[in-house]
Design a binder for this molecule. Structure first.
Ligand code: NI
Length: 174
């Protein structure tokens, strides 16, 4: 089931999410809902707080190009355990901040540890777009948005634009 995505500014996007104690069918369904919501948007990553759920769960699929098979990943309690000294810059966007893009510099490669949908611990090193996306999504679990890496002035301008967007959307609905 597709879920509505929260738009910045929203206090639920600024709040650290809680670790998952036990994997359940409800949580697996939540991961499926998040993947459906992410693909429909369309986007390459989504974190539970973006749909108003206060849980450390992210989903991603950064496969690009025609005909490439999808690689949907759901990570419960994801953690970065190592990061490269080498850094890379990607133009990032966020489903909670529509139509805003900005360059963000982050470690070029990161090793993550997480619990998969079967409850098994996984560890893998990601680079390229996957590494950036993973760090962006884990940031969401800590109440951090990519615009937090920009100057205060730029962030204020973006926030003002989003406030207006939300008002316009509400007016459309009314
Ligand atoms: Ni985002």
């Amino acid at each position: 089931m597709k879920r509505p995505i929260l738009i910045h500014p929203d206090p639920r996007l600024k709040k650290p999410a809680l670790p998952i104690a036990d994997l359940s069918d409800d949580l697996r369904r939540l991961a499926d809902d998040m993947l459906e919501t992410m693909y429909a948007a369309p986007g390459i990553g989504l974190a539970a707080p973006q749909i108003g759920v206060d849980t450390r769960l992210i989903v991603m699929d950064c496969i690009k190009g025609d005909g490439a098979p999808p690689r949907p990943i759901a990570m419960f309690n994801p953690e970065i355990v190592a990061a490269s000294d080498e850094r890379s810059i990607y133009e990032e966007g966020c489903l909670s901040i529509p139509d805003v893009y900005a360059d963000v510099e982050r470690p070029a490669a990161v090793t993550a540890r997480w619990i998969d949908r079967n409850g098994a611990e996984q560890q893998e090193t990601f680079d390229g777009l996957w590494a950036t996306c993973l760090q962006h999504e884990i940031d969401h679990l800590n109440g951090v948005l990519f615009i937090d890496y920009l100057t205060a002035l730029r962030r204020q301008l973006i926030t003002r634009k989003m406030v207006k967007l939300k008002k316009d959307r509400m007016r459309e609905k009314a």
